[in-house]
Design a protein around this ligand. Structure first.
Ligand code: ATP
Ligand code: MN
Length: 358
C-alpha cells in the first residue's frame, strides 16, 4: 500500500538502511520480491558498509540470500570491516551463493569498502527527497551503442551506464547560453523521481563536451512506448486484461504526479510518453518532460491535449483537469487500438480544437 501511494523504494533511515536491508534482515521474502520488482538497489550499503545480502547471510535467511544474488546482489562487497556477505554466511550457504554468483558471471574479487558507495546509485536520502545533489553524471562513463532516433528535439541513443541498459537523449538546442545551461541544471533534478513504480525516472544528466550539449539518460525499455506497443508492435498482443492493467498503471502514476506540489511543469500525458517495462508495467516517462528552453509554445502531441490547454496560457490551465482529458484519450486509444485523430495533421488538430464543437 505504501508503494502504491508513492513511498520511495530506496529511502534510508539514519543508519543508511534501505527497506531492502530490513526485509532481508527479517527474512520477509515476499516483501523483498516486491521491493526488487520496484527496482530496489540490491547493493545498497548502510553506514557499516553492509548490504542487504550481508544481513540475509548473517541471519541465515537462505532463500532470501539466493533471491538477492539472483537479482544482482554481489557476494564480494566488503563492509567497513573488510567482511563480505560470504564471510557472514555458514559454510553451506556460502558455498551455494558462491556457485550462484559464479554462474551469473560475478567476479569474486573483493570490492573494497568505499564511503561513497551510494553515489550514483538510485538511492535517495530522505533529507533532500527527490532532489538528489548527486544527479550529475560523468559523461566519460556513458557508452553510446547505437542511434535509435533523430528528430526536432534531438538524438536518441541506446547505451550503457554503470552496468545498466539506458537510453541517452542528446537535446538539440539553438544558442546554448549560460542562462539555458543554468535552467537545465535547475530543471532536470526534479525529474529524478524514483519513488513510484509507474513513473520512469530520468536517471541523470550532464552537458557533454566539446560544444556543450545537454544530455539526459533514462532506463532502456525493451518494448518502447505504449504508442509503439499499441500501434506498431508485433511482439505481442495487448488483450483486454492487459489494456485495463495499462490504464490502471497510468492512473496510479498520474495520481502520484498529481500529489506533487508544485506539479512537474511541461509534462504532457500521451501514449508516446508512457513507456512499457519488461514486466509489462506502464510507466510515465520523465525523460519526455520538456525543458523550458525546448521550443516554448510548441505542442508536441496535440491529439492528447485538452482543448483549453491548446488555447489558454499555461498559467490559466487547470493541469489536473487537462490531464483527465489526456487520460480519456488514452483510454479511447486502449479500447479502439487506434491512433487518435489519425487522419489529421498536428496543425489541423490544433485548429479544430479552437472550434466549439470538436
Ligand atoms: P520527443 O522527442 O518529443 O520525445 P519522440 O518520443 O517521438 O519525440 P524520442 O523520445 O526520441 O522521440 O523516441 C523515439 C523512439 O525511441 C520512440 O518511438 C521509442 O520507441 C524509443 N524510445 C524512447 N525512449 C525509450 C526508452 N526509454 N527505452 C526504449 N526505447 C525508447
Ligand atoms: Mn519521447
Amino acid at each position: 500500500m505504501l508503494i502504491m501511494r508513492g513511498a520511495r523504494i530506496n529511502v534510508m533511515n539514519r543508519g543508511d538502511d534501505t527497506p531492502l536491508h530490513l526485509a532481508a534482515s527479517h527474512g520477509h521474502r515476499d516483501i523483498l520480491a516486491k521491493l526488487i520488482q520496484c527496482k530496489a538497489d540490491t547493493n545498497a550499503a548502510n553506514e557499516h558498509g553492509n548490504t542487504p545480502l550481508h544481513y540475509a547471510c548473517f541471519w541465515a535467511h537462505n532463500l532470501v540470500a539466493e533471491d538477492l544474488v539472483n537479482n544482482g546482489a554481489q557476494v564480494s562487497i566488503c563492509n567497513k570491516y573488510g567482511e563480505t556477505p560470504l564471510d557472514k554466511a555458514k559454510p553451506q550457504l556460502a558455498a551455494n551463493l558462491k556457485e550462484l554468483a559464479e554462474k551469473q558471471g560475478q567476479s569474486l574479487t573483493k570490492v573494497p569498502f568505499k564511503d561513497t558507495f551510494w553515489k550514483g546509485t538510485t538511492r535517495t536520502r530522505p533529507r533532500n527527497g527527490t532532489l538528489n545533489k548527486q544527479a550529475g553524471i560523468d559523461y566519460k562513463q556513458l557508452s553510446m551503442l547505437a542511434k535509435i532516433n533523430e528528430n526536432h528535439s534531438g538524438e536518441l541513443w541506446q547505451g550503457r551506464w554503470q552496468g545498466t541498459e539506458i537510453v541517452v537523449k542528446m537535446l538539440h538546442v539553438r544558442d546554448w547560453t549560460t542562462r539555458k545551461s543554468r535552467d537545465f541544471n535547475e530543471e532536470y533534478p526534479k525529474l529524478r523521481i524514483f519513488s513510484h513504480p509507474n513513473v520512469l525516472p530520468m536517471l541523470g544528466a550532464c552537458q557533454s563536451p566539446p560544444a556543450p550539449h545537454p544530455i539526459i539518460i533514462t532506463h532502456w525499455m525493451p518494448y518502447g512506448s505504449l504508442y509503439n506497443v499499441l500501434h506498431e508492435g508485433t511482439n505481442f498482443v495487448v488483450d483486454q486484461t492487459q489494456a485495463v492493467k495499462f490504464a490502471l498503471d497510468i492512473a496510479c502514476g498520474m495520481a502520484f504526479l498529481h500529489t506533487l506540489e508544485p506539479m512537474i511543469p511541461r509534462h504532457s500525458l500521451n501514449s508516446k510518453s508512457v513507456m512499457i517495462d519488461e514486466d509489462m508495467t506502464a510507466r510515465i516517462s520523465m525523460a519526455d518532460v520538456k525543458f523550458s528552453f525546448q521550443c516554448p509554445g510548441r505542442m508536441y502531441s496535440p491529439a492528447w491535449v485538452a482543448p483549453e490547454a491548446l488555447q489558454k496560457k499555461p498559467e490559466e490551465i487547470n493541469r489536473r483537469s487537462a490531464d483527465m482529458w489526456s487520460f480519456a484519450v488514452l483510454l479511447w486509444e486502449l479500447v479502439t487500438r487506434e491512433v487518435p485523430f489519425a487522419d489529421l495533421s498536428n496543425m489541423e488538430i490544433g485548429m479544430k480544437s479552437e472550434q466549439p464543437a470538436l
